[in-house]
Design a protein around this ligand. Sequence first.
Ligand SMILES: Cc1ncc(COP(=O)(O)O)c(C=O)c1O
Length: 309
Amino acid sequence: MVDKADFIWFDGELVPWDSANVHVLTHTLHYGLGAFEGIRCYQRADGRSAIFRLQDHIERLVHSCRIVTLTSRYSVAELVDACVETVRANKLESCYLRPLIFVGDGAMGLYAIDNPIRTAIITWKWGAYLGDEGLNNGIRAQVSSLQRAGVNSSFARGKLIGQYIISIMAKREAVRSGYHEAILLGPQGYVAEASGENIFMVKGNRVYTPSLSSPILAGITRDTSLTLLREMGFEVMEHSFTRDDMYIADEIFFTGTAAEVTPVREIDTRVIGEGRPGPVTKALQERYFDVVRGSAEDHPEWLTFVDGM
Ligand SMILES: Cc1ncc(COP(=O)(O)O)c(C=O)c1O
């Protein structure tokens, strides 16, 4: 169960958590058109709270809307302020933020162009998405029987509500088979991403991640990881790789706002590397946590402080 906060920001105002309800004719409930984000706010070593890459997440949210011809009622600046206001009102030093833009009730049928566009920002406390044990010792993943749709059958650049059905099915299939997470291949057979994370592979001195020309979400943690790895001196290549490349990789890890930097210790019954988090994964994890919630001060452009809680 989600840990309830006091308030939800709903169409421009903070309302009590239990009052943020919608009618069953809400268009998005029927047809899945809408966009969302997942963002984290961390309490840092100095006690202050900062939302990580808030501006980038909100820009992606507005772009997701534009891709599917939804017009956000609020500007990027207004949504950024609303996120800060929501965290502050709930006095949450560390939390997950879920901005959500969806089509409200009114007309039914697919066209329904005049239905209201509704906006909510929900916050709650959320620990490690793939568990503390997974974060520390690595998780087990399965290549899914389901594929990421090609770039002309889905909107890879959008974080869109209806697109998550395949991710949910892949995740259910993996967990029911005894794994923690699913890895989806793209239509050409190359590795795309996990159900809710991007994927990286370490081989020799190089780090690989699928390029943005494959059907993957342009993850903000992916981008953060690329930047940090390059700053740390690693050679990182945005390049396709195969299922069997993963089996013989030195290290595999996932990146995502929810999953942060999670090592993968086994794929399809093959042990990856030594079967525990490798040196590159551990170095990136350490640096990532220092940047998002430690005392690193070299990326101030990624932090939006929430003062006055
Ligand atoms: C399908 C998918 N890929 C990748 C990611 C990672 O993206 P980010 O790092 O922006 O959270 C997510 C999470 O939002 C996702 O849902």
